[in-house]
Design a protein around this ligand. Structure first.
Ligand SMILES: Cc1cc2nc3c(=O)[nH]c(=O)nc-3n(C[C@H](O)[C@H](O)[C@H](O)COP(=O)(O)OP(=O)(O)OC[C@H]3O[C@@H](n4cnc5c(N)ncnc54)[C@H](O)[C@@H]3O)c2cc1C
Length: 375
């Protein structure tokens, strides 16, 4: 499935796949069960250069493209999609800083984020503000001499390990939403509570963060239109999560194909039955189609930006749907052996459903696509 990648992108893809098979595959189950520390794992990825793929060399990154970064997430998620979710939050912060940060903000945070010495988290959702983030109540009291942030955020990926938080809150002065950079180093004013145990994507925790008069340092606001910045951050996450959904679908498909080639019933490999072949054919076609869309979105990010929003939404919509459907079909092909904890398909099946909710539900992707069609 190598489509229209350049030869250097193909080479990187192979390098990422090799790394994922050797380093991520053996750790996948322990990451999901919390036996391997995600924070330490991310630090290792940072030291190897995978957290700064799109960060400029002057800030310690690889100056690579968003498409290349997406290929890394795809390779990683073939074994552990929860890691893909964690990376999506980290990369949201990276891309926001690259696009909207000033020189001071970039030089302060990007080198730390590139090396994995700091992990990023994007804090948008609140109890009342789910899909409709205009209902955000968190507020930055910018009129005061020493600005402070107050509010409570839910479902924050990397919440318990991140030190660079990008927080959506109303600016008291303008009444408009804005994004603020907050250092999560004072546990009295930035209070993190572990999120609930959830269906899937368990290696990435989704935590509650309360800001209680949290100090906003000078220059902590990302300058620009807050709504545009939030939409940009969501589009970044959608593309990365689309690649994560595709990665896990491919992981499930490989296991199902292998099983179909080796499991004998009624005197034949089950792969000889048309009923099994059609499942695998549908899987391959749907996942390939979703992958084309996700790569198209990543390409739009790098090359044109114009249609990025539409392709990001379409890629997230179709890749998460394909993942939900086909991780289930992979289990069907594998029979009972696919539902046991030791088989990755069991985890992929739980992970896949989550992808239809996080960073914008499937219904909201359709809202965005319709908006882009200007109906
Ligand atoms: C794994 C995971 C990771 C997450 N990571 C983060 C994170 O890092 N940072 C963060 O801030 N948040 C995060 N979230 C929160 C996530 O973005 C929200 O769950 C999501 O936006 C939906 O909000 P909600 O759950 O409140 O559902 P609601 O908005 O209450 O929606 C409930 C249902 O109503 C539907 N609905 C709502 N509006 C419309 C409409 N206009 N048209 C049709 N249907 C509609 C939705 O599609 C959904 O089916 C995460 C969530 C999950 C599950």
């Amino acid at each position: 499935m190598n489509t229209f990648l350049s030869s250097s992108q193909e080479a990187l893809k192979e390098q990422y796949e090799k790394y994922a098979a050797e380093e991520i595959q053996p750790a996948a189950k322990d990451l999901e069960q919390g036996k391997t520390s995600l924070k330490e794992f991310l630090q290792k990825l940072g030291q190897t250069g995978f957290l700064g793929l799109t960060i400029a060399k002057e800030y310690g990154g690889a100056s690579g493209s968003f498409l290349e970064q997406s290929l890394f997430v795809e390779a990683a998620s073939e074994y552990e999609a929860g890691l893909g979710l964690s990376l999506s939050a980290h990369f949201q912060v990276v891309e926001l800083l690259k696009r909207y940060g000033d020189d001071r903000q970039k030089s302060r945070y990007l080198p730390l984020l590139a090396r994995g010495e700091a992990v990023g988290a994007f804090c948008l959702n609140e109890e009342k503000a789910g899909s409709d983030y205009s209902l955000i109540e968190s507020e930055a009291s910018t009129k005061k001499e020493s600005p402070k942030l107050n509010g409570k955020k839910l479902w924050v990926v990397n919440g318990n390990i991140a030190t660079v938080l990008v927080v959506a809150a109303k600016d008291e002065e303008t009444g408009k939403l804005a994004l603020w950079l907050v250092d999560a180093n004072d546990s009295k004013t930035v209070k993190v509570t572990a999120g609930p145990k959830k269906l899937g994507l368990r290696s990435a925790s989704t935590d509650q963060i309360e800001f209680i008069d949290a100090k906003l340092a000078e220059g902590s606001k990302l300058e620009g239109d807050g709504k545009e910045q939030i939409e940009f951050a969501l589009d970044v996450a959608k593309t990365i999560l689309a690649m994560a959904s595709i990665g896990m679908s491919q992981g499930a498909m490989k296991l199902a194909v292998e099983h179909a080639k080796t499991r004998q019933q009624f005197g034949k490999n089950i792969g000889a039955f048309q009923g099994i072949q059609w499942k695998l054919a549908d899987m391959s076609a749907d996942v390939s189609a979703a992958r084309m869309l996700a790569l198209r979105a990543a390409w739009a990010f790098d090359e044109s930006k114009e249609e990025f929003r539409k392709f990001a939404a379409m890629a997230k919509l179709l890749s998460s749907k394909a993942a939900r459907l086909h991780t289930g079909e992979a289990i069907q092909v594998m029979g009972a052996s696919g539902i046991v904890e030791d088989c990755p398909t069991e985890r992929f099946y739980r992970d896949a459903k989550m992808m239809e909710i996080c960073q914008g539900t499937s219904e909201l992707q359709k809202v965005v696509i319709a908006e882009e069609l200007k109906v």
